[in-house]
Design a protein around this ligand. Structure first.
Ligand code: PLP
Length: 429
């Protein structure tokens, strides 16, 4: 596969943007070659500046559950943008999207639209602090919640510790507001809560952790989390920026049947435009300004073009059997590759849920971040390269999950699975 145009554009981009990109993982640092510069997408495929055609399983990192250039989204966006892009006032379209979501998601009673997942999480944390009057946050090692200062932390030495920042520019005092604990360990969590619950405002978790591999949790752990939060007077935040509208319209809360106190969304909700959202019960949301004392605002929040994209997307997600079909396709795809790998004796599995899958170079079930072997990333690097050569695109890091969209047909999945098997032959040769 030729990447001349992309290579040239990347060199040019380095003059404009740090590392040539506007979001770090796009730089292809953990795989080989320059990043692809994409110029067009249609259905499950996209096309780069060298005119390579690729079957895309990154899907813009999650938002494109309907694939690229979805006709209904494009039509409503075009119609809306013709009337202007932003008014800084409430709009009827905002109401319509709000109603559509609230009518079909019983886990939120009131919501607020923002412009990214990070903004949703940042606002949810402030809300939890405002409601409880407490300041500390518990997060889990292996969960990502956007680039919120106090959440860009990892565990220090020891099992459950005050966070150590993973980025320069974060005051130590901010990182110390966060306690980092391992996933899937109820005993340790209980110990931390016993010790610190007087200071803890909330626990935040990706109920389906999908930013550091796919670390599927025991349902019993999530249930235990819910009960412990009630017991210790701590709010539970489900960060559903990936899982929301992905494993069902009601996300992971609906999948596991667990009611958290605050939920955050992003990615899919904007139909490919920048939209985030957080929501909770009416009582909790009453703390948000102008009703309450927790300030949160946004110049472009709920801007009509983004609302139109979200509305056109949500309507399609609510069609009969949408999620069942997507799940069936994903199972079909992953089973096909898994059977081949088993036949050949390759040490790998494809953990998956809904339309999310991950390539894990181990047969072990992995539920915690520290169980992922760094060496497996070398295998992923080869896989990624071989797949690109064959016209299949995965996110450029072995810690990233893949997404199947409604636009992937069975024929597309057959083709991609075949190329996946060929590439695995190279990885394991
Ligand atoms: C992507 C993601 C975020 C951040 O969303 P942005 O729109 O990139 O700011 C937060 N939480 C989770 C779980 C995510 O997957």
């Amino acid at each position: 596969m030729q990447r001349e145009q992309s290579a040239q554009l990347f060199e040019e981009a380095k003059n404009y943007f740090p590392g040539g990109v506007n979001s770090p993982v796009r730089a292809f640092k953990s795989v080989s070659g320059p990043p692809l510069f994409i110029k067009r997408g249609e259905g499950c495929r996209f096309y780069d500046e060298d005119d390579n055609e690729l079957i895309d399983f990154c899907c813009s990192w999650g938002p494109l559950i309907l694939g690229h250039n979805n006709a209904k989204i494009r039509e409503l966006v075009t119609e809306t943008v013709a009337r202007g892009t932003s008014f800084g006032t409430p709009t009827k379209l905002g109401n319509e999207l709000g109603k559509l979501i609230l009518d079909n998601n019983k886990f939120v009673e009131k919501i607020r639209f923002v412009s990214s997942g990070t903004e949703a999480v940042m606002s949810a944390i402030r809300l939890a602090r405002g409601v409880t009057g407490k300041s500390k946050v518990i997060k889990f090692d292996g969960c990502y919640h956007g680039h919120v200062d106090s959440l860009l932390v990892k565990a220090g030495s020891g099992l459950a510790t005050f966070g150590v920042s993973t980025s320069a520019g974060i005051p130590k005092s901010f990182a110390e507001e966060t306690i980092v604990v391992p996933l899937n360990n109820p005993e340790l969590l209980d110990k931390v809560l016993q010790e610190h619950s007087d200071d803890i405002a909330c626990i935040i978790i990706e109920p389906i952790p999908a930013n550091n591999g796919l670390l599927l949790q025991d349902k019993s752990f999530l249930e235990c989390l819910r009960l412990k939060c009630y017991k210790y007077g701590v709010l539970l935040i489900f960060d559903e920026v990936i899982s929301g509208f992905r494993v069902g319209f009601e996300g992971a809360a609906g999948h596991y049947g667990i009611q958290p106190d605050i939920l955050t969304y992003g990615k899919i909700i904007g139909g490919g435009m920048p939209v985030g959202m957080y929501g909770a019960s009416k009582e909790i949301m009453a703390h948000i300004a102008p009703e309450g004392a927790v300030y949160q605002a946004g110049t472009l929040s709920a801007n009509p073009v983004a609302m139109a994209a979200g509305y056109a997307a949500m309507q399609q997600l609510l069609e009969a059997n949408f999620y069942e079909n997507l799940q069936a396709k994903t199972t079909y795809f992953t089973n096909k590759i898994q059977s081949y790998a088993n036949e050949k004796g390759y040490e790998m599995t494809l953990p998956n849920i809904g339309s999310i899958f991950w390539v894990a170079f181990t047969k072990e079930r992995i539920t915690r971040a520290d169980q992922i072997q760094a060496e497996s990333m070398e295998k992923f690097k080869i896989l990624h390269h071989e797949l690109l050569q064959r016209g299949v695109y995965l996110g450029p890091s072995g810690y990233e999950v893949g997404f199947v969209s409604a636009a992937h047909t069975e024929a597309d999945l057959d083709e991609a699975a075949g190329k996946m098997c060929e590439s695995l032959d190279v990885v394991f040769s």
